[in-house]
Design a protein around this ligand. Structure first.
Ligand code: LLP
Length: 435
């Protein structure tokens, strides 16, 4: 809900990481993404501790799609995390930040030949293969580069997890992976086992994002394990790795109850111990958390610019950001909590709709939220914006993207500079008169 270091002082001012948000707004301007290092590190350690309970020890790969920049890659490297990347751009970000390629998992349902070659040349630890075309492409590129590609096959396990349909991925009707039905996955396994430059290391399945139930995660691991046992019995092949993806839900609302990581990993541990055939080493369990590492670490600070009553008596509060820095309400009807700096913890006495500055009626950040009386120039602080906000930000209306600032122990550090108008025209070429 709020960063671990969130504090409201006697004047109802908010601090994160030991720094007041009004001071950060003054220094860096608004809108501003603020990330709390303590929260990030605490969440990373929870995953590492839970997965270290397994034998052999598991490994967490932070899903960079939730939020990545070079400094974040540096922090992850320092913490010994793995990293899941889904594009040449994310891979480049990680490698140029000095991230150890052996702890990189290269994902994505479409990888170009250039991206495949880039990943193989960089010697990433694993590639997750999503289709037969891609399997052939990886084989060809690995053959050309005279290496073996360590791959996991992405399986769609047929799990319909309860979450927004746009972020559900485990069901058979999905663009991702090989369905575990009608022999589709079987065909991929057989092909992977016969290709000379493919080293099949195991399976991957990700059932979706923002999932609160614990059972689907355990069920997912069980399905991958049982499928592995089938291959062991048929072909004598046994996986080194089972990657059960990410998707742990995060508390955006006070009534949300996040799944218990230790309980899920504990259940997987006893299942793996029980089901692994005698004499075999249990597969290493990999997880790919994105949101549950970074969402709660982040807040976005906006300035209130407009307050207006519309016919019918409803009030709109418009801020200096919106769908360009947080597309999630418009895309998934995501709901956020917020506070007014200087009035935090005061009772919500007026119901307003917080709108953005973009030229869309749908540019609403929070519909009908009860806040203390809002005044022009107030700082509005939206919580849980660390995941999929900056990462999905756009330059719609040619509005520059906000800066990202890290805070820790009373210090702040610029992680991503605010874009400028010059950045907006960076790739533009002048009109030449050509008709
Ligand atoms: N692994 C794979 C293969 C994934 O596709 C994803 C997320 C993750 C891991 C990380 O999932 P997480 O732990 O963050 O839930 N833009 C959407 C979320 C899309 C998730 C895409 N895949 C949103 O803003 O809700």
């Amino acid at each position: 809900m709020t960063p671990d270091t969130y504090v409201v002082d006697q004047s109802h001012r908010i601090s994160v990481g030991g720094i007041r948000l009004d001071a950060l707004a003054e220094k860096y301007g608004t809108p501003l993404y603020v990330l709390d290092q303590t929260t990030i590190v605490n969440r990373i350690r929870q995953y590492q501790e839970a997965l270290n309970e397994l034998t052999p020890a598991g490994q967490a790969f932070y899903a960079g799609k939730a939020f990545i920049c070079q400094a974040m890659a540096g922090l992850l490297e320092h913490q010994g995390m793995g990293l899941d990347v889904v594009s040449g751009g994310e891979l480049y970000t990680a490698l140029t930040a000095g991230f150890d390629p052996s702890r990189i998992m290269f994902h994505g349902n479409v990888k170009t030949r250039e991206e495949i070659a880039y990943a193989l040349n960089a010697k990433v630890g694993h590639m997750v293969c999503d289709s037969l075309e891609e399997l052939n492409r990886i084989e060809q590129e690995a053959s050309r580069l005279d290496c073996q590609a360590p791959i996991l096959l992405r399986i769609t396990p047929g799990i319909e997890a309860h979450t927004h349909e746009f972020i559900r991925t485990g069901q058979f009707d999905s663009k991702f992976g090989f369905a575990l039905t009608q022999g589709i996955a079987d065909q991929a396994v057989l092909r992977a086992l016969e290709l000379p430059h493919i080293a099949l290391k195991g399976f991957h399945a990700h059932i979706g994002s923002q999932i609160f139930d614990e059972d689907p995660f355990i069920r997912n691991a069980e399905i991958l394990l049982n499928y592995s046992i089938q291959w062991y019995q048929e072909q004598g092949w046994w996986p080194e790795v089972l990657n059960i993806g990410g998707g742990f839900g995060v508390r955006y609302q006070s009534q949300d109850v996040a799944p218990r990581l230790a309980a899920v990993v504990g259940a997987i541990r006893s299942m793996v111990d029980r089901l692994t055939p005698n004499g075999l080493v249990p597969p290493r369990i990999f997880m790919e958390p994105g949101r549950s590492i970074i969402a709660e670490a982040g807040v976005t600070v906006y300035q209130v610019m407009v307050k207006k009553e519309v016919p019918g008596g409803k009030w709109y509060v418009a801020v200096d950001g919106g769908m360009g820095d947080n597309i999630r309400p418009a895309l998934y009807q995501a709901r956020y909590q917020a506070a007014i700096d200087g009035k935090a913890d005061e009772p919500g006495t007026e119901t307003v709709t917080v709108a953005g500055r973009y030229c869309e009626t749908g540019d609403v950040l929070i519909k009908d939220i009860a806040l203390p009386p809002v005044s022009i120039d107030d700082l509005l602080v939206v919580f849980d914006t660390g995941a999929y906000n900056y990462a999905m930000a756009s330059n719609y209306n040619r509005v520059p993207r906000p800066a990202v600032v890290l805070v820790a122990d009373g210090r702040d550090e610029l992680w991503v500079a605010r874009e400028t108008y010059q950045d907006m025209v960076h790739g533009d070429k002048p009109w030449t008169g050509m008709r």
